[in-house]
Design a protein around this ligand. Sequence first.
Ligand code: DQA
Length: 153
Amino acid sequence: MTASRPRVVVLHGPNLNLLGSREPEVYGSMTLAQLDASLVQLGESLGVEVECHQANGEGALIDHLHAARGRAVGVVINPAAYTHTSVALHDAIKAIEVPTVEVHLSNTYRREPFRQRSLTAGACVGAIIGLGAQSYRLALRYLVELAELDPTS
Ligand code: DQA
């Protein structure tokens, strides 16, 4: 029997299920399934289990955050449009007491003014913005380092 590996939960917010076909000039051509597969693979090389979820509703994202409490060493979250509106997600990130990194594919500071405010980043340990899929990968690497996991053990 293999010992279970520490878990990192990756959460994608609304409309990210359409990655690959949604505004590819902004978000690129990678599909959500491809992005998730690359994160699972990176997680394997880092010694963690990566569990990915996407939800279009705020409540479902909050439920996934609650489920990460006590089960995950870290959370990577792209709250998508809820970044700019959701006090409830801010509160949920704080409540679970799991180190959480906010990520964005696009550079929200180069876009419309309404995207230049995040209600959720202040509840996170940090944010990585505008680096495409690399935003997620860097966040995953950071959380593994934060948890002081040794990928060779
Ligand atoms: C996004 C940026 C948000 O402003 C937008 O609503 C998204 C995606 C990003 O990853 O660039 O849906 O979070």
